[in-house]
Design a protein around this ligand. Structure first.
Ligand SMILES: [Zn+2]
Length: 346
């Protein structure tokens, strides 16, 4: 399935009406799991299509569209961390929800970062390969995974943009990009669908309990889809089972079970959980784990608010650290032990 999501139609039409707005570099920004990656691919496909339709969407039938669908378009270049490329097989259908890993990070050496070599290779793409005459598109996803060296290398290219090349950068965390990168791009804030449209879309995808999963995914529909099936969903359920019963839960075992899942994802699950504990304790409201309201209610009565707020702050720092390569098992063990100790105090 490769359409523009309904919540993106307006921004799509706006961009298509003002194509000069595209310039030579676009930055699509917005939270993870709302379809930015799919949008960027549709945009690239339609710009490369030789017979676009009236609404400027790609025809899906021409030679160019065929190449694009088989990930072999000579004028399209995708740059992403190795860890993502492994799971998406390069094509990246709907993997935007997560930078997760599964079998991918079982290979410990797989990089979570975009390297300077990857950016350097763009020079060959721009000047040596592809159809010299045609438009060339470079997609960088997610841009915040560039390290300092690769960011600087890209910056040089953006300062002297090659002709007929469009850079599309995607970021979940625009604040982590250098201001000089941001200022050289046309920035587009990608829309977040409202709850109603998200639930309707999840229902179309045959997701069970769409409301509950949407809330648990922080109201990002593509992330909610991931919670429905497969290994990722199984890990998530395992997490909930343990975390909701802190008296019985074994931090070391859970850390072992989840070490193949992206650290950033696991931290965000626990962040949302603690948010709900604090929120229920202070306001009686639950934002994310609607299905676990009973457990949250019971636990929130036991917690020390001060400690829970302090732990929530620690998780925020953990979230930043989770993007750097380290021993994921130790990282998770430490985090879960702290949680268990905090919850067993009373
Ligand atoms: Zn076409």
């Amino acid at each position: 399935m490769s359409e523009i999501y309904r919540w993106q139609q307006e921004i799509w039409s706006k961009l298509m009406r003002n194509r000069q707005f595209l310039g030579h570099a676009l930055l699509l920004k917005g939270k993870q799991g709302i379809g930015k990656y799919d949008f960027a691919r549709q945009l690239a496909k339609s710009l490369l299509c030789t017979a676009p339709m009236a609404d400027h969407e790609a025809c899906g039938e021409c030679l160019s569209c065929g190449w694009f669908e088989h990930d072999s378009h000579p004028n399209f270049y995708l740059v992403m961390p190795e860890a993502l490329a492994v799971i998406s097989g390069g094509s990246g259908e709907k993997e935007e929800g997560e930078e997760k890993s599964g079998s991918a990070s079982a290979k410990k050496s797989v990089s979570q970062k975009i390297s300077i070599e990857q950016i350097r290779k763009l020079t060959d793409f721009v000047y040596l390969t592809g159809h010299q005459s045609g438009y060339k598109i470079i997609l960088i996803y997610p841009a915040e995974t560039m390290n300092t060296a690769s960011t600087n290398a890209l910056l040089k290219k953006l300062e002297e943009p090659p002709e007929n090349v469009l850079f599309i950068l995607i970021t979940h965390q625009a604040q982590h990009l250098l201001p000089t990168i941001r200022s050289r791009c046309q920035q587009i804030s990608m829309p977040i669908p409202d709850v109603e449209s998200s639930v309707a879309w999840l229902q179309q995808q045959a997701v069970s309990d769409p409301e509950g999963k949407l809330a648990a995914a922080g109201y990002a529909p593509l992330s909610a889809l991931l919670l429905d099936k497969g290994e990722y969903a199984a890990h998530y359920e395992q997490f909930i089972r343990h975390i909701a019963h802190p008296k019985q839960f074994d931090p070391l075992m859970l850390a072992g079970a989840l070490q193949q899942t992206s650290l950033s994802t696991v931290v965000s699950w626990l962040q949302k959980w603690c948010y709900d504990l604090v929120s229920y304790h202070t306001t009686g409201k639950i934002r994310y784990y609607l299905k676990q309201s009973q457990a949250i209610q019971a636990l929130s009565e036991q917690i020390s608010l001060v400690e829970c707020v302090r732990f929530t702050r620690e998780l925020y720092i953990k979230q930043q650290l989770s993007h750097h390569p380290l021993n994921s098992r130790l990282f998770l063990e430490e985090m879960f032990i702290t949680y268990a100790v905090m919850m067993r105090k009373e």
